[in-house]
Design a protein around this ligand. Structure first.
Ligand code: BG6
Length: 288
């Protein structure tokens, strides 16, 4: 159906009540709601939803380059290209039983035969599953290298009440300090100023605890060893035209990514990345 500015979007509804919205522009998930119809992703009230600008919020896909780690524009081109619905997808290894899903493909440019499939699925427990497959279809023998991130904007009640577990004691590159390498302290992360860090070799599971909402987000990832944690805070928020001045209080980006070690595919090789997001009431976690 049609979304903002006449852009095409796909609505996924699971019979148990959860839902998701995916814009073909960017292959971008803009909404993920649980069975109680509560929105779980942050989408800026100032998001333009006007190509060629990327949508501010939801889950932009940063590919084939994360950030400024390369020669392409910031975060690569996948987030500001039109993806296509794939009605006849190559079989995905994940089963589709009891899931609502859509298959998309990205053709980078006219005449270019590279086709990158991407599936967005909702599971029976309201979990949101993203799977991307990147294949090097070059016939000239050239390898293809890329970095990647699912740039997920989580909706949180109050950033100063939020904790992130799973990144303690890990090494990270700090984008605010010339991408230098540091080691995180031993406590769960809390937030009181701008943060823009790339955690390295992270565990497959990371949790975001929202004390006020009594909700915990769980991220489970495969093929994505790094995790970016970003909140622009007050000053940067004011400097962004497509972001409300106070909205930084209600969002946190935790991005499953492959950045430090770019992925290199020889012709014919394929990479698969996967992210599963789910929520559990906080009372079940960490004694909260
Ligand atoms: C994060 C980066 O992933 O995305 C930040 O680590 C960047 O450095 C942020 O500012 C937003 O990027 P953009 O291009 O969507 O404004």
């Amino acid at each position: 159906c049609k979304g903002f500015n006449g852009l095409d979007k796909v609505l996924l509804r699971h019979p148990r009540g959860s839902s998701a919205e995916v814009y073909l522009y960017g292959g971008h998930v803009t909404s993920w709601k649980n069975e109680r119809r509560e929105e779980l992703l942050f989408l800026s009230s100032k998001a333009t939803l006007k190509p060629p600008k990327a949508i501010r919020g939801g889950i932009p896909i940063c590919f084939p380059q994360f950030g400024s780690h390369g020669t392409l524009d910031q975060h690569g081109f996948a987030r500001n290209r039109f993806w296509i619905i794939d009605n006849d997808p190559h079989p995905f290894p994940t089963n589709t039983w009891n899931k609502a899903f859509v298959d998309l493909i990205l053709k980078p440019s006219e005449g270019d035969m590279k086709i990158w499939p991407h599936r967005v699925a909702l599971g029976p427990g309201g979990e949101l599953m993203l799977t991307s497959r990147i294949r090097n279809t070059n016939t000239d023998g050239k390898p293809f290298s890329f970095t990647f991130a699912y740039h997920t904007y989580f909706s949180v009640s109050d950033i100063s009440e939020v904790r992130v577990e799973g990144l303690e004691t890990l090494d990270y590159l700090d984008n605010l300090q010339k991408k230098e390498r540091f080691t995180e302290q031993g406590d769960a992360l809390t937030f009181e100023s701008e943060v823009d860090k790339i955690y390295l070799s992270t565990p497959t599971k990371i949790a975001i605890l929202d004390h006020e909402k009594k909700r915990t987000f769980e991220l489970r990832k495969d093929g994505l060893p790094d995790a970016v944690v970003w909140n622009p805070w007050e000053k940067k928020a004011k400097a962004m035209a497509d972001f409300g001045d106070d909205e930084y209080k209600h969002m946190l980006c935790v991005e499953a990514a492959a950045i430090e070690m770019p992925i290199t595919l020889k012709p014919g090789e394929e990479w698969k990345g996967r992210l599963e997001l789910s929520t559990v009431p906080s009372s079940y976690c960490s004694g909260q």
